[in-house]
Design a protein around this ligand. Sequence first.
Ligand code: PMP
Length: 356
Amino acid sequence: MKLSVQQWIRPEIAALQAYHVADASGMVKLDAMENPFPLPPALQDELGARLGRVAINRYPDPAGAGLKPRLKAAFGIPDPSEVLLGNGSDELITLITQTLARPGAKLLALEPSFVMYRMNAILSGMDYVGVPLNADFSLNLDAMLAAIAEHQPAVVFISYPNNPTGNRYPRAAVEAIIAAAPGLVVVDEAYQAFADDSFMAQAGTVPNLLVLRTVSKVGLAGIRLGYAAGHPAWLAEIDKVRPPYNINVLTQEAAHFALDHLPLFDEQAHILRAERTRLAAALAALPQMTVFASEANFITCRLPGALAVFDALKANKILIKKLDGAHPLLQDCLRFTVGSPQENDALLAALYDILS
Ligand code: PMP
């Protein structure tokens, strides 16, 4: 029998590339904005004991109701706002998009930014509108406001700070976008633990604002938990699209465990901020390296011959992210996740060797 998969697949899905994750076995892993610090052994034991007692024969708390008040208290989510949990903030991006998708509806995002905004627009059948950043990755507010006026998007996604460039736009520019947007504006604060500003205090009071967060960058990428805060009217609609029991029992218990040990994760973020400052200065001292300002746990740089440098680092068992090729504005760009002090030293030593 002839296998004819393609005839059943929507052409826009056939044209997509699956989200690519590089093989990192045996490598110093500086490609995916993870927190480099493993749990201390005593906490590994505590987590193991707690997970062992979880009732895996039962479905989880359906919407994570036990976690929500704790997240609100721990992360300054103000009272008028409701909270929605996702299997990573990736799932929340999908749920938001699916909720707003209908023929002709538009999703607008800055470019380059997190690739899943565009991917989800395409998957849900929305029209995607990308508004380019300036060449130095700053926000072109006039272009953004003109695009909002022209396209009347159902939803605007803003990564604040931005992945993959690392910068945070001026707060007033984002406020102007929220004020001008006719529909929902999602401020994606995946990197908030490393940034100097947040929109969380406005969640629930600014009617068309939804703030998205994740625990992935602060030490818990493996548990897959994201949360969204915003006006209850929006979240009630998005909640209808959420699959039942989307946060599994082990994730919920691990999140309670992490909330019991927040100072540890705060301390690690503090160390990573200091490492970011040190790494940025050392990278800037390398020949021909342009270092872009970062308020995230990664640093994006431009370097002539970036692809050869990426390959040479890989040969030295150091995995970073090559951005060149992902978008015209990212030509010759590489992204370095801020690692542990030892990992950053290994990266710098390898770069000195490669570039000298
Ligand atoms: N938003 C942004 C801006 C990101 O960079 C990422 C991860 N790369 C995500 C959301 C998704 O994070 P997660 O699904 O791990 O919560």
